[in-house]
Structure formats: structure tokens, C-alpha cells
Write a protein that binds this ligand. Structure first.
Ligand SMILES: *Cc1c(COP(=O)(O)O)cnc(C)c1O
Length: 350
């Protein structure tokens, strides 16, 4: 299946101020598109970034049959372009797709579309500290008709957005005791669009109380800590890091699993096990809860300064030599080809 390429007449890159980017707001000149029709993926094309036209009855608008991925490309000082564990994203979008009863997207075509697009839009990947290109692959149900059943037509797309270092500001969180992001047997482990839609309202309520995010707990008892906003979450009690095991309800983050592997190789204590809310609250009272941070592609590591639990507020101490900053520095150095890649995580786009 030949990849058709249609290039833009004139690049928009000169209109973009790369020093003042709003996260995910500007997009590169081109996008990748491929349609699923008559039981197969067909007509892969790279074409100028542009709006897409759908029938108002397209199933994605009504039933939310949509999954996505988030990944980043970096350019090193020698103009080489690097991805971080992209095969993990490729596998995961198909895991997500299966759960939403959508067809899987072929690995070869994923990589051909992705790498060709990155080479065509390589000028948009800026060198230098904190700069990268955020890549958003996604699949949506495009069949027209509002019967409540899986679509017979889909569109796979990749769009790309230049970003600077992600800084969320000071983050304090509310530990969820009413709302849930996901449930047993549900779609929490999938990167399904609807998981995000369902999290916005509880996040708004948290913001209205002065907290930037929600830490999700298990939907049955709200006794176990699971994720922070749309990131996996780590806790440091004394010199041990804790994170919850993945499950139906917890997304298997690539940043999370990379951090676990990195910590093990550094000889830092890391426990992957269910974490009780009461354990964290008690550790905080004793001054033993030294750090909390979210982990995900956009920010890599996002420190959390405090939390609220059933109306009581806890503030974390300021620690020297924080694990969060050590991990962030170490992982980003690997991502940007500034440190040895002993895990084989980097993937060169050439
Ligand atoms: C995407 C996502 C993450 C982080 O995954 P990464 O692969 O590290 O980017 C964590 N939790 C949720 C709910 C997510 O959607």
C-alpha cells in the first residue's frame, strides 16, 4: 500500500513564535491520515494540516468511539531526531482500540506514516532544552448513522504540535472520595477519549477549591490511590518510592514503567503495590511523606506540593535532592540523546 504524499505549497513555520508556545495549540504543516473501509485500512496519505469534514451523524460524535496516543520527538545537537519507546505507543493504541471494538492499526503503517511525517515536518522539531514535538496519533469512528453499534469505518490520523518544557505551575491535589475516573471492567486502561471527558468535571470542582488536580482512588472503596489527573502517580515515603500496579482501572504509562526500570537500575527502593490513602495520610502526619509526583509523556515528571483529603490539607516538605528532579533529569537526558541509553529506549527517525 503506497503512502501518498501531498506537500503544502508554503510552510507556515515562519508565523510561529517558538518561544511562546501554548501547549498543543500550534500544529505542523502536515498530517497523516488513513481510512478503514470495507474491512481494511487504505489510502494512507500525508497532506497539509487542515480541517476534516464529517457527517453530523458520524458515530464518534455520538458514542465517543475514539482512542488516542501521546508521544514526543526530540532533536539533538547534531540534528538527529529521536523518539522514546514508540513501539510502546504503537502497541498501546491497538490495546485501546480493541477495548473500544475498533480495528487495530498495522505496525508497519504506523511507523511509516509517523517517521515520514516527522521527516517532512522536521523543521518544526526545535533543538534545545525542553523543546520537543508532541505527537498525537488517534483513531475515530467515522461511519454515518446513529445506530448504537460499533462503526464500520474509521480514520487513523497523526497530528504534531511543537511544545516547550511543560510546566504545570504549583500543583496541589484533592484525593477523590466521590467521583471515579474508571472502574473494574471499564475502559480506564485504554487511552479512550471519554475517560478524559468524564474527568473534567471532578477536576473543575477541585480547581474551584484551589486544587489543580484530582488523585483518583479505586471506584469501589476510595481507599486506594491510583492516578493523578491524567498521569500515573508516585509517592515517596522516606527513601522508598511507591506506585500502584496497573489494572483495568490504571493506564499502563510508558513514563511510569520507564521510571520503575530506571529506579531499579539505580538501586533506589521502588515498591509496586496497592497504596492505601490512610498510609499516605499517616506518612504525611509523621513528616515521612517527602514527595508526590505525576508521571506522563507531556511533563515526564510533575511534582505535587500538597494534597487535600476529606477536607484536611497536607503540605509536603521542601526536600533537597528530590527524586522527582533526579528522575526527570535522567529520563529527559536519555530522551534527548544526552545520556547513555542502556535500556535501548531511544529510536532514531532516519
Ligand atoms: C496517557 C496517560 C498516562 C501516561 O502515559 P504515558 O505513556 O507515560 O504518557 C497516565 N494516565 C492516563 C490516564 C493517561 O491517559
Amino acid at each position: 500500500m503506497a503512502l501518498h504524499i501531498e506537500k503544502i505549497a508554503k510552510s507556515r513555520i515562519s508565523e510561529v513564535d517558538f518561544n511562546n508556545l501554548q501547549f498543543g495549540h500550534e500544529f505542523t504543516d502536515h498530517m497523516f491520515e488513513c481510512d478503514f473501509e470495507d474491512g481494511e485500512w487504505q489510502n494512507p496519505v500525508i497532506k497539509p494540516y487542515q480541517p476534516i469534514l464529517f457527517d453530523p451523524s458520524a458515530k464518534v460524535f455520538h458514542y465517543g468511539q475514539a482512542v488516542f496516543e501521546g508521544m514526543k520527538a526530540y532533536k539533538d545537537d547534531d540534528d538527529k531526531i529521536w523518539l522514546f519507546r514508540p513501539e510502546q505507543n504503537q502497541e498501546r493504541i491497538n490495546i485501546s482500540a480493541e477495548r473500544l471494538d475498533m480495528p487495530s492499526f498495522p505496525k508497519d503503517l504506523f511507523f511509516e506514516g509517523l517517521t515520514t511525517l516527522l521527516k517532512i515536518d522536521s523543521e518544526w522539531i526545535q533543538k534545545g532544552e525542553g523543546n520537543s514535538l508532541y505527537i498525537r496519533p488517534f483513531i475515530i469512528a467515522t461511519e454515518h448513522g446513529i445506530s448504537a453499534s460499533a462503526s464500520n469505518r474509521y480514520k487513523f490520523m497523526i497530528i504534531c504540535s511543537p511544545v516547550q518544557a511543560y510546566y504545570a505551575g504549583e500543583v496541589r491535589v484533592v484525593i477523590a472520595d466521590k467521583y471515579s475516573r474508571s472502574a473494574n471492567g471499564g475502559v480506564g486502561y485504554a487511552k479512550a477519549a471519554g475517560n478524559y471527558a468524564g474527568s473534567f468535571y471532578p477536576a473543575r470542582l477541585a480547581r474551584e477549591k484551589g486544587f489543580q488536580q484530582v488523585v483518583w482512588t479505586d471506584s469501589c472503596t476510595h481507599e486506594y490511590l491510583e492516578e493523578a489527573g491524567v498521569m500515573n502517580v508516585f509517592f515517596r515515603i522516606n527513601n522508598t518510592l511507591l506506585t500502584a500496579p496497573t489494572s483495568d482501572r490504571i493506564l499502563d504509562g510508558i513514563t511510569r514503567k520507564s521510571i520503575i526500570q530506571f529506579l531499579e537500575s539505580e538501586g533506589i527502593d521502588i515498591e509496586v503495590r496497592p497504596i492505601k490513602v490512610t498510609e499516605i495520610v499517616e506518612a504525611a502526619r509523621k513528616g515521612e511523606l517527602l514527595e508526590m509526583f505525576g508521571a506522563g509523556t507531556a511533563a515526564v515528571v510533575s511534582p505535587i506540593l500538597g494534597f487535600s483529603h476529606q477536607g484536611e490539607n497536607f503540605e509536603l516538605p521542601k526536600v533537597e535532592n528530590s527524586y522527582a528532579s533526579f528522575i526527570k533529569k535522567s529520563i529527559t537526558a536519555i530522551q534527548q540523546n544526552k545520556a547513555e541509553d542502556k535500556f535501548g529506549w531511544r529510536y532514531e527517525v532516519k
